[in-house]
Design a binder for this molecule. Structure first.
Ligand code: SAH
Length: 196
């Protein structure tokens, strides 16, 4: 479980913005992630009308699917381009408003009101701003966070969870000395110690 040279790697917000600008977004899945379909029932557990959170959301199509099922979706993403592409690609009208608690942040909300996407860093959020969630879809999020920020990220995520919430986490397993990431390799033992 040695994460080798990855533990000191840092990808800046500017570098993420640049990936979006140059279309270097190989992580985006136009057809959604296969594990989403496979484990959707675990996430929902028979419940309806849930509040679901997408950390580091990009333009994940699963947000649209869950909203269409009657749930309400909140995402956070540093790239405004990603969020605008999301609404455009699904032909969803939306409105923009500032977020009074976070300087420079914007909230883009679908006209129907059931998809709210915050354009800011996830580290700017708190439960007093976004509330708590019944479920989390974490794909390309924990594994995209800089290794030095993992504990901070997970501690924040825990504060955003309702008592009976479910958390679907997708990770990737590979030799971290052969690729620099992201996605970073997060050993199972570390996941256990991070989430407790
Ligand atoms: N979860 C999405 C995107 C994964 S890529 C999917 O499954 O397709 C990771 C995304 O996190 C990128 O879009 C990047 O712009 C965004 N990001 C990186 N650091 C962030 C931060 N601190 N706060 C919010 N978004 C961030």
């Amino acid at each position: 479980s040695d994460i080798g040279s990855q533990k000191d790697r840092v990808v800046t917000e500017e570098a993420w913005l640049q990936k979006w600008e140059t279309g270097n977004i190989g992580f985006h899945k136009e057809q959604g992630h296969p594990l989403f379909q496979k484990y959707l029932d675990v996430l929902l557990n028979g419940r309806s009308g849930l509040r679901l959170f997408f950390p580091l959301c990009g333009k994940a199509v699963e947000m649209k699917w869950l909203a269409d099922m009657g749930h309400s979706v909140v995402g956070v993403e540093v790239s405004e381009q990603a969020l605008k592409e999301f609404f455009a690609e699904h032909n969803l009208p939306y409105c923009e408003e500032p977020v009074p608690e976070i300087s420079g942040a914007k909230k883009l909300q679908s006209a129907s009101g059931n998809i709210s996407l915050y354009c800011c860093s996830i580290y700017d959020l708190s439960s007093s701003i976004v509330g708590k969630f019944d479920g989390v879809w974490d794909r390309g999020a924990l594994v995209a966070v800089n290794p030095c920020d993992r504990q901070r990220y997970v501690s924040l995520m825990i504060t955003l969870m309702e008592k009976n919430s479910s958390y679907l986490l997708v990770t990737v397993s590979y030799d971290p000395n052969k690729h620099k990431g992201p996605p970073f390799y997060v050993p199972e033992s570390e996941i256990k110690s991070l989430f407790g």
